[in-house]
Ligand binder design. Structure first.
Ligand code: NAD
Ligand code: IPM
Ligand code: MN
Length: 350
């Protein structure tokens, strides 16, 4: 009986996580669930955005399903010392699980091109996997400070950090079209110079069947929306990957369609890429598709159950056709959409 630790978090996190759990219970009745606190809700309840009891629960987890963390711009959480803020809880969670590679698929399913603001001929068939480095760069470097009118953060990467995430990207590309684009800013940054050198050297040493190219992040920000079909797997450092993946959400049509799997040393962490959406939290109208598709990634990557994962993804595509949510220009609220997914799971294939 695999144990799933759920961490609903803040804002719409509990709403979309509940939907994902409902779907998981349906396709995998043997799973057990244990809910724990993370983020602002955890700070309010336990004085810590990543409390010890949550940390302890991870020891026996087979996989972790996360909602979202964080408050609105004016939330009192944003005035706390940085380590006490909701976002720090999430970063500490990723670190504790050793999840150094964040897989963020960007897919336009057949028949869902109309949900994209792009011209249908541009959106059709898009299938990109963004592999975002998740434990390094400016997010984690201890060399950081704000002092009066001066502040700095440090972007630092080591060869082993670059190689482990690049391996994940090459491995993923081997199961796909065999193409990897490594994204950097090597025309300006030393850290990108090292990144580019190490990714290329690894390809030349161990992955000669992979077609690897290198592109600058500013150019990719334009090309990913104007010509998305040129990409198969994209691998990039933490901050670039964060920004490019929200941008890439434009292709399927909403942040609510962007799931992710964070993989590494131990149990995987499965999380939608969107935030806590304070503007719509508590209204029951959040699109739970990203959370539900993250649950599918949990089954595939966390538990090795690809059939169940495929079943969920197929049902989500059907539900998006029948009952699109408001962020996609439709009418469905969270419950209506989730019910449509549950119903579609009972529909025979074909
Ligand atoms: P956001 O992703 O929460 O919201 C951006 C916009 O997208 C909003 O208009 C929101 O309503 C909409 N949106 C996002 N997810 C949606 C969904 N599932 N269905 C329908 N609409 C959706 O980004 P933000 O407003 O910049 O950040 C809000 C808070 O979330 C901040 O505290 C931020 O730090 C945090 N955040 C957390 C995560 C995470 O937990 N992984 C990710 C990003 C941001
Ligand atoms: C994400 C979020 C987080 C990140 C924040 C909330 C720490 O934006 O998961 O994309 O930047 O990684
Ligand atoms: Mn983000």
């Amino acid at each position: 009986m695999p144990k799933i630790v759920t961490l609903p978090g803040d804002g719409i996190g509990p709403e979309v996580t509940a939907a994902a759990v409902e779907v998981l219970r349906e396709v995998a009745p043997d799973l057990t669930f244990e809910e724990h606190a993370i983020g602002g809700a955890a700070y309010d309840a336990h004085g810590d955005p990543f409390p010890q009891r949550t940390r302890d629960a991870l020891e026996h987890a087979d996989a972790v399903l996360l909602g979202t963390v964080g408050g609105a711009q004016n939330s009192p959480w944003n005035s706390l010392p940085r380590p006490m803020r909701p976002e720090s809880g999430l970063l500490a969670l990723r670190k504790a699980l050793g999840c150094y590679a964040n897989l963020r698929p960007v897919r336009v399913q057949p028949g869902l091109e109309h949900l994209s603001p792009l011209k249908p001929e541009l959106a059709r068939g898009v299938d990109i996997l963004i592999v975002r480095e998740l434990l390094g760069g400016v997010y984690f470097d201890g060399d950081r400070k704000i002092d009066g009118d001066t502040a700095y953060n440090t972007m630092r990467y080591t060869t082993p950090e670059v190689e482990r995430v690049a391996k994940m990207a090459f491995w993923a590309a081997e199961q796909r079209k065999g193409r990897v684009t490594s994204v950097d800013k090597a025309n300006v940054l030393e850290v990108s110079e090292l990144w580019r050198r190490d990714v290329q050297a690894l390809r030349d040493r161990e992955y000669r069947s992979i077609h690897l190219n290198h592109e600058y992040v500013d150019s990719v920000a334009m090309l990913i929306v104007s010509d998305p079909s040129r990409y198969d797997v994209i691998v990039t450092e933490n901050l670039f990957g964060d920004i490019l993946s929200d941008l890439a959400a434009v292709i399927p049509g909403s942040l609510g369609l962007m799931p992710s799997a964070s993989l590494g040393d131990g149990a995987g962490l499965f999380e939608p890429i969107h935030g806590s959406a304070p503007d719509i939290a508590g209204k029951g109208i959040a699109n739970p598709a990203a959370a539900i598709m993250s649950a599918a990634m949990l089954l595939r990557h966390g538990l090795g159950r690809s059939d169940a994962a495929n079943q969920i993804e197929r049902a989500v595509a059907l539900a998006l056709r029948e009952e699109p949510t408001r962020d996609l220009g439709g009418q469905a609220d969270t419950k209506t959409f989730t019910n449509a997914v549950l119903e579609a799971m009972g529909t025979p294939v074909g």
